[in-house]
Design a protein around this ligand. Structure first.
Ligand code: 5GP
Ligand code: ZN
Length: 114
């Protein structure tokens, strides 16, 4: 989708600090980091949110979580701990309408997630 910033990042048309990339997934540093480690991990296909995920995407989502786990290791937060968040819809605080997962770590995160 040409008007979707994350599709543009996935296509390499908008620059980002890429942490990982393969045919299905790209992970990049958040432009406004909320923690010392703040990566955004997305499927390259345009799914609007978790609400768009179906059983057809099970392999993709499983793969994506495997990569998140690997990135937590690579960025040195696997042992200290981290949080994975996907904001969904208006009440969930989703701003960008392309399914994405935040990987946050490198400090003690606010315990209040609600
Ligand atoms: P949301 O609130 O939708 O869950 O989070 C969207 C995230 O994307 C925000 O943390 C925001 O800082 C990040 N973001 C928005 N636009 C860009 C961009 O152009 N490049 C990068 N690297 N991150 C972005
Ligand atoms: Zn998109």
């Amino acid at each position: 989708m040409s008007d979707c910033i994350f599709c543009q990042i996935a296509l390499g048309k908008v620059p980002s600090e890429i942490a990982y990339e393969d045919d299905e997934i790209i992970a990049f540093k958040d432009i406004q980091p909320l923690a010392p480690v703040h990566l955004v991990i997305i499927p390259k296909i345009h799914l609007r949110s978790l609400n768009d995920v179906t059983s057809d995407n099970e392999g993709l989502i499983g793969h994506l979580f495997g990569i998140i786990r690997r990135l937590a290791e690579e960025f040195g937060v696997a042992e200290s701990g981290y949080r994975v968040v996907t904001n969904t819809g208006t009440d969930g605080g989703q701003v960008i309408g392309h399914l994405h997962f935040h990987l946050l770590g490198g400090k003690a995160l606010n315990a209040n997630i609600g």
